[in-house]
Ligand binder design. Sequence first.
Ligand code: KG4
Ligand code: ZN
Length: 345
Amino acid sequence: MGEFMKKDQLILGIETSCDETAVAIIKNGREITANVVASQIESHKRFGGVVPEIASRHHVEQITVVIEEALKQANLSFAEIDAVAVTEGPGLVGALLIGVNAAKALAFAHNKPLVPVHHIAGHIYANRLVTELKFPLLALVVSGGHTELVYMKEHGQFEVIGETRDDAAGEAYDKVARTLNLPYPGGPHIDRLAHEGSPTIDLPRAWLEEGSYDFSFSGLKSAVINTVHNAEQRGETIAPENLAASFQESVIDVLVTKTVRAVAEYGVNQILLAGGVAANKGLRAALEKAFSDKADVELVIPPLSLCTDNAAMIAAAGSVMFEKGIRADLSLNAIPGLDIETYNT
Ligand code: KG4
Ligand code: ZN
């Protein structure tokens, strides 16, 4: 290799914060070389949600297989990897620990740097696998555990300008789906149903105080549950597709309106969509429509496979953290309530 030829940077990422055991290898921060996800959805479905003990057990069973599969997919040996990036938090503690311990074992055995990654930073960096980030930017993060507007003035700098005060958007989707007897995870089912119905039912929108970028979805969730129960008591039936459409319209209305307002106030160059609920067809379409006439901001929406939990996003964020010199030693622990602003400099 010539003196001026820079070696490709190869980051192996590990994600086990919830119910996917995932390992990926990313080249130079932006190129997917391997991306393996072992989903446990089938095991949790009959319980109507993620059972932490079952999640941990599956992670233990899957992790080494998934690591080997990723190296095989990339046709690489571990010696060629520059660093191991792992989700440190937030998430289920027992689930996170499996990934953290696997990462520590790999880093120790192969003498590689260990890079801790925040799960939501990962969701945001999924967008860098689509296009280069242009700062300052704003990310709308909508997942099962989080609903946040995050402002970034540069790589690795996260400022939460608004967040949910109660339920996350995905959580509301899953609870409403349960009320309508739809399987877990309910988001995709509500999304599908919503497109078969019309928003005929009047449901609340929590705008909160003037100027606030915070969110609240528990009132909306309760309104849906009450609507269903009241109808049952009166012996009436409500068309589930219309209820799904009305619920989805209310969620999207608040998310898009606040995002458009924040984009204008913060004068950003890019708006990124991130998290599992970013897979929502209605939300994707509404954002595209809202930003279609705003030529000065670029809307980035990742493909569905990079919206839900995966390790490509963890390795992508890990690549930037690695460049910034962020390291963990072998005392790294899982932090279930980790703050995204932890690594800001
Ligand atoms: O980001 P994610 O995979 O896990 C967390 O970090 O929480 O998000 C999972 C959430 C679940 O609540 C699921 O119902 C929701 O994303 N979701 C959707 C859709 N696909 C997944 N919600 C609405 N519409 C969808 N199409
Ligand atoms: Zn997630």
